[in-house]
Design a protein around this ligand. Structure first.
Ligand code: KG4
Ligand code: ZN
Length: 356
């Protein structure tokens, strides 16, 4: 696909436990990534897990915003309608008119919405059969971890990853590629979910994270002392009490400036995330910290984490929220380790972090 890949692959033995110890993979490899787990229809071509040749994201926000959240049935239908043109564009932008095919196809197989996942997994398998290339079923959470590797393939390990998205909030120790230990996670709402729910309380629409981020810039983060849930101990999180505290405050103070509420809420979330991430670094005896997931696009969180006494890695904002480049990258690394997935594999809507 790219100059180094195009039409001239040399094949080299690669250690791979899933394929009898050795597999034959192109030395330089372009992977088509497909992401349809929620409300973004995305495709990307990434060379060797790091060089992004194209990344196309078609957001369905307009289709869902009237409902205040993602409607699964609408999401699957939209993926089905949009995916062919999104894939075609990703291939075109990666390769101009050369018409070369990728060396592998990676699709998100879970966690996510069942019907939405079916569309991406089926398309990925069909393309891999048509092109005669390997198919890789990728875990969406692991893909978020690999977003940072797109911009720095040499991130030192072990590292702690703080994954904060719309569906998940977790701290993970990554001791090697494919080797994860879950350190802590939310006991109720995810951080992104809290942003979305508070945005709805403030009448800011969906998705709420970016709207709160913008509004908070005009507010006073110390105006309201919202709770910092479970701050004092452990590595688990809880955000539903914070959301309730905002709802109660707004009921009692209907005239409160929305910007102050947004800024104070955002400060409470970032204080909590920062304290837990630092605790995880101390416990694991490492200074390497990566942020991942949609909430990692948040301005205050990024500013705070850049200022930490740690070696912090932040993917660009576009790579924090759902995209297919991270899926292609995770797929490439998985192919090196384990070889292709079986074509019999189906979507797994509740797939957790592999091995964690
Ligand atoms: O990773 P992601 O795109 O999808 C999931 O896998 O869930 O994360 C989406 C979440 C949403 O809850 C959205 O409100 C939040 O990320 N988000 C943000 C920002 N941009 C997206 N939250 C806070 N500040 C932002 N700038
Ligand atoms: Zn995601």
């Amino acid at each position: 696909m790219c100059q180094s890949c195009l039409g001239m692959h040399s094949y080299a033995p690669v250690e791979g436990p899933g394929v009898g110890g050795v597999s034959l993979l192109p030395v330089s490899m372009a992977v088509l990534g497909i992401e349809t787990s929620c409300d973004e229809t995305a495709a990307a071509v990434v060379c060797d897990g790091a060089q992004v040749l194209s990344s196309v994201v078609s957001s369905q926000i307009d289709l869902h915003s009237a409902f205040g959240g993602v409607v699964p049935e609408i999401a699957s239908r939209a993926h089905q309608r949009l995916l062919p043109s999104v894939v075609a564009r990703a291939l075109r932008e990666a390769d101009g008119a050369a018409g070369a095919t990728p060396d592998a196809v990676a699709a998100t197989a879970g966690p996510g919405l069942t019907g939405a996942l079916v569309v991406g997994v089926s398309a990925g398998k069909a393309l891999s059969i048509a092109w005669g290339v390997p198919f890789v079923a990728v875990n969406h959470l692991e893909a978020h971890l690999y977003a940072a590797f797109l911009e720095n393939s040499g991130i030192p390990l072990p590292q702690v990853v703080l994954l904060v998205s719309g569906g998940h909030t977790m701290l993970v120790l990554m001791s090697g590629h494919g080797r994860y230990k879950l350190l802590g996670q939310t006991l109720d709402d995810a951080a992104g979910e809290a942003f979305d729910k508070v945005a709805r309380l403030l009448g800011l629409g969906y998705p709420g994270g970016p709207a709160i981020d913008r509004l908070a810039a005009e507010g006073d983060p110390d105006a309201i002392a919202f709770p910092r849930p479970m701050l004092a101990d452990g590595l688990n999180f809880s955000f539903s009490g914070l959301k309730t505290a905002v709802a109660v405050y707004l009921r009692r103070n209907p005239e409160a400036p929305a910007a102050d509420v947004a800024a104070s809420f955002q400060r409470a979330v970032t204080d909590t995330l920062e304290a837990k991430a630092l605790r995880a670094l101390r416990r694991c005896g490492t200074r390497n910290l990566t942020l991942a997931g949609g909430v990692a696009a948040n301005s205050e969180l990024r500013r705070r984490f850049k200022a930490l006494d740690a070696r912090t890695f932040l993917p660009s904002r576009a790579m924090c929220t759902d995209n297919a480049a991270m899926v292609a990258a995770a797929g490439w690394w998985q192919l090196q380790r384990e070889g292709p997935s079986s074509l019999g594999v189906g979507p797994d809507p509740s797939w957790g972090m592999p091995g964690a």
